[in-house]
Design a protein around this ligand. Structure first.
Ligand SMILES: *[C@@H]1O[C@H](CO)[C@@H](O)[C@H](O)[C@H]1NC(C)=O
Length: 315
């Protein structure tokens, strides 16, 4: 009897500790200003989505002024001064990937500005290799300055989401398989493009556990942004962050199987499979064809840049 009482006490105690630990993470990487260059490498690769883009290496990016940093920010942009020939390679731009890979983690992105304009396809995402077997979680993505942000998971076959979930966004699809994926549109018009930029951007946060993947968004003017997010604290408590914008659950998707180690990727594509879709491009009110527009109008891309105040990873 005495034994079982103390055993029960130990079990209760462990449950309590586990409860207290849930949603609690410590800072592991603080990527601010020039530290960006230590944390990310440049991927001068052929665009897998056939965009009118040419991803350059680090030395080209630096010499052309496409990447820069100050003490408290780093900026990634496309070439906005070169008119391109009708054929041949696309517009010089950047695709960067974190040197580290992450499994269970929280990533907080404090962003002042994101690329905008016709033909642009910016994205901030988690990606495993090989794709899609190790998973992909798109945190920020959209095209042609249109609509709200879309948060999407891409997996191999067999991962689906319940249609009803606790989140403020709206599900587009519940099957996460392949290139289509299971997307969630955010409700805030300030979550993407020119409106996001006009109020000084905001914060995006991803939490990935073995049981769920959540994404939160707070615009710069949002009074409900948690203190730990706003201050870039040494630790964060995601349990206090409220209802997420997008919420992906493991009820019909074992995240330990469908997601492996993921890199963080930030890129700015032009046209290609999504932004270059003629129907969507025209619907967005964009002129001519995407490919011609991107090649002929360098000055149209002066606002096609990311400006990050910080990226902080908690584990
Ligand atoms: C372009 O987008 C529309 C609307 O989403 C879609 O129905 C169509 O299949 C797409 N076209 C191509 C060629 O991908």
């Amino acid at each position: 009897m005495k034994h079982s009482v103390s055993l029960a006490a130990i079990v209760l105690c462990l449950l309590f500790v586990n409860q207290a630990m849930a949603g609690s993470y410590a800072l592991s990487d603080s990527i601010v200003g020039p530290h960006f260059f230590d944390a990310f490498s440049f991927q001068a690769i052929e665009d897998p989505t056939y965009g009118t883009v040419h991803y350059v290496d680090e030395s080209t990016a630096k010499s052309k002024g496409l990447v820069s940093s100050t003490k408290d920010r780093f900026t990634l942009r496309a070439d906005d001064f070169t008119k391109l020939s009708a054929k041949g390679r696309g517009r010089d731009s950047l695709r960067v990937r974190s040197k580290k890979q992450y499994t269970t983690h929280v990533a907080v992105f404090d962003i002042n500005h994101m690329p905008e304009g016709c033909g642009t396809w910016p994205a901030v995402w988690d990606k495993g290799d090989p794709w899609p077997y190790k998973g992909e979680a798109d945190i920020i993505e959209g095209v042609n300055s249109q609509g709200t942000n879309e948060v999407t998971l891409h997996t191999s076959r067999g991962c689906t989401m319940p249609s009803s979930r606790t989140m403020t966004g709206t599900a587009r699809d519940t099957d996460c398989q392949g290139g289509n994926g299971c997307g969630v549109f955010l409700k805030e018009t300030s979550s993407f493009g020119p409106i996001f930029n006009s109020i000084g951007g905001g914060w995006y946060a991803l939490e990935r556990t073995r049981d769920f993947i959540k994404v939160w968004f707070w615009s710069r003017s949002d009074k409900s942004v948690p203190d730990d997010v706003k201050k870039g604290a040494l630790s964060v408590e995601t349990d206090r962050w409220g209802i997420p914008s997008a919420n992906f659950l493991n009820t019909h998707c074992d995240f330990t199987r469908y997601f492996g180690s993921n890199y963080i990727v930030i890129n700015l594509d032009f046209c290609g499979e999504w932004a270059g879709n003629a129907t969507l491009y025209t619907e967005a009110g964009c002129p001519g064809t995407c490919d011609e527009y991107v090649r002929n109008n360098p000055a149209a891309f002066s606002a096609a840049f990311f400006d990050f105040a910080s990226i902080r990873i908690y584990e």
